[in-house]
Write a protein that binds this ligand. Sequence first.
Ligand code: GDP
Ligand code: MG
Length: 700
Amino acid sequence: MKIYDDKHIKNVAFVGAHKSGKTTLAETMLFEAGLVSRRGSVENKNTISDYHAIEHERETSVFATPLHTEWRNYKINIIDTPGLDDYIGEIASTMHVIDSIVMVINAQYGVEVGTEIIWDYIDRFSHPTLFVINQIDHPSADFDESYKSIVELVGKNVVKIQYPLVVDGAQCIVDVLKMKMYKFGPQGGKPEKLEIPKDQIEHATALQNELIEKAAENDENLMELYFDKGTLNEDEMREGIKKGMLNNELFPVFCISALNDMGTGRLMGFIDNVAPSAADLKPEQSVEGITVECDINAPTALFVFKTVYEPNLGQISFFKVKSGEIKQNDKLENSRNNEIEILNQLYIMDGKNRELVEKLSAGDIGATLKLKFTETNDTLRTKGSGITIKPIIYPEARITKAVKAIDKNDDEKLNEALRKIHSQDPTVAVKYSSELKQLILSCQGELHLATIDWILQNTYGIKAVFEQPRIAYRETIQRSATTSYKHKKQSGGSGQFGEVHIKIEPWFEGMPEPEGFNVRGKEEIDLEWGGKLIFYNCIVGGVIDARYLPSVLKGILEVMEEGPLTGSYARDVRVMLFDGKMHAVDSNDISFKIAGAHAFKEAFLNAKPKLLEPINELSVKVPEELMGNVMTDLQSRRSIILGMDSEGKYQTIRAKTPLAEMYKYSTTLRSITQGRGSFSTKFSNFELVPTNVQEELVKK
Ligand SMILES: Nc1nc2c(ncn2[C@@H]2O[C@H](COP(=O)(O)OP(=O)(O)O)[C@@H](O)[C@H]2O)c(=O)[nH]1
Ligand SMILES: [Mg+2]
């Protein structure tokens, strides 16, 4: 394997709608470069990229797969990503390590729902992006419509570099950057390079002028040159296009047939010569504010963006060399735990194939095996450099389920398997809720869940069920109540005696101190489950010894942990202990704890107790014309609409919705918007449950 320096490495992500042809394009690029001798296909389940059993079964990419190809002195690292929204976590990590994006569009459909959703997500990273209209060979391909839909999607500075043409039954591509026409044989591969036919000259020249103008706009010198000469040469155009891509002001469009290997060589050539490399991008800042130079002479910093467990290899950590270089057997420090890792072997991975390399330079992507202390999102660095690369921020989970093994004996195995799945895919979150007494799993959607289920069954041999999780209600009170309780057990041996008189009130932030009491002490307790308990010592004349007060409080807290109404946690109450009695011999801690608990429980039930339910904040993005359907559905879920923001032809609805009403929202939204809606959600606060809902719950 040749060693490439930082200027000769290009990292690109293939993104785009499901089935647009990303995996096929990656395969063709490896084949065209002579790195594989036989071209696999998605149908034959033998592509380099889709090598997992689940990808074969579903005939679609589920994981982002790093691959590489080499084209004319450049190494192109490709990360082939899945096109379905549920696997957006794979795109999140990919965005952290690539320099530019190849957005693949299916010429049959142009921009699809999936394209829109992915574009909406990746747009925030502002990576240089080029578009590839694929499948131009297909009988129902429509290049012009596809191009139009890209212009509509991006809304600015889209430029055609190529367009397809059929001449005498042969597939051709006219390239206006080179002002040449490529003519392909039926097998694709290397084309004949021809002059543009006479009847196309006018059209091609007009497109070239447009390209020149847009290329010149990105640089003052080029602009001057353009005014002087009235044109730009090929190199000048390239420079302008590159600057435009770097500024996110220019989006070139190519056309190919990945399946028939037409136009892929030219596309690789463009990536080599024009697409920015890591060294061209603005250097990133570390968490500490240190500039991370993409330079082999800088201190070494590797960023681990992906961790995979392969049955025969164990743990594989994928990393990008953000700065410096890494050689076999180098020792690096993990920035999270300061442990030293030795990188015994360095690999370049292409799907499941791997090649040992001696070293990798800044800007390159590689993998290593069996790290001991390192997880996804960790930085491995030259000791003392103090650099921590900013972590990947994963999208918030969108659905939550309670999960359990069908066979109770598998419970521990299930825990362990889910922990491993999480470490490979951080968008899968798992935690045991001692409150709900359920193992809670969150992920991106129903399809994502089906994938997790598949992995549990096929990789770990565990059959699991997924259910709607219980809802974590809270209890509180709405008015004050006063009670007393006497605990007395004075028959035989040592007796028990404790009597307390309390008043309880609803507590809220900023409320004035209680009136009419002789307050001698106040304890403010932040409850583990949220909310507060404020406990006032208002005992006069020493009727209860101060040493018994902690026991009274303990009794109250025990009741709050299992609320009197439904057994949910209670919160936001204040208690004034203002009177009581003790006995010189029989009083002790346990007696006062029991008295405190009983008095509190009784007072609570008399104080108009109320259930609170968790409310989620919800943000739903949909095309304008589908707003009505989405609003109607939200209203049927007891939502409060907070507002709407419009963004192009999309509306984002912000609402607050009870968690209890959110079950299967992703499925419903998909069906009422034909997949064109997307949403995010997170916990907001607790609010009172409507009376009719409360009655149902108390009955249960
Ligand atoms: N006709 C035609 N079909 C293609 C082309 N590229 C991909 N396909 C087919 O489109 C389907 C989806 O391809 P795949 O590479 O898995 O798409 P991905 O989901 O974007 O990775 C497969 O059946 C491919 O054979 C192309 O250039 N022309
Ligand atoms: Mg794919």
